[in-house]
Write a protein that binds this ligand. Structure first.
Ligand SMILES: [Cu+2]
Length: 169
């Protein structure tokens, strides 16, 4: 009777051990990293505008070991955001359009959003973007993760490329 009791306690101890092992696995380094956790945004700003469209810029740095892609963006300042590139049209004039496939950031690399290059296009501004104010932006990646940042609104006379809707989408 006494021997049986000892064995029963030993089984109970083994049973209690397994859930701890499983819990440990779920947080192991082999678990896939979220794109949003690998990306930091610096030098971010948005061009001041009274209505219509504006554009956002900054540096997106990917500290991860795998490439990541921004596939969409939102901001309370605009009805919608588009991911734009600037390219020459058939006549050599610089135009902007939706960047097919989104913004890819190489592993360990960076993508600079700047006037005359890739940028976040603010469409259908919900209110004037006043110099010195800030606005929130959320970037969503192709793995479904997202990161947000606050961008300062600045005066800027450039970034007047003609918009060609429907291209590159
Ligand atoms: Cu644009």
């Amino acid at each position: 009777m006494a021997a049986f009791s000892v064995r029963a306690r030993r089984y109970a101890a083994v049973g209690a051990f397994f859930p701890l092992v499983l819990a440990g696995c779920s947080s192991s380094p082999a678990a896939p990293a979220r794109s949003a956790d690998a990306v930091t945004v610096t030098d971010q700003w948005v061009k001041a505008a009274d209505s219509g469209m504006s554009a956002g810029f900054g540096e997106l740095r990917n500290s991860g070991g795998a490439p990541v892609t921004v596939v969409s963006a939102t901001s309370p300042a605009a009805g919608r955001l588009e991911l734009h590139e600037v390219v020459p049209d058939a006549d050599g004039a610089m135009i902007m359009r939706v960047k097919a496939g989104g913004f890819a950031i190489p592993a360990g690399g960076a993508l600079t959003l700047r006037p005359g290059g890739d940028h976040l296009m603010f469409m259908e501004l919900s209110a004037p973007l006043r110099t010195g104010s800030t606005t929130e932006v959320v970037l969503t990646f192709d793995d479904g993760s997202s990161t947000s940042f606050s961008a300062q609104v600045r005066d800027f006379a450039g970034a007047q490329e003609e918009y060609v809707p429907g291209h590159g989408a």
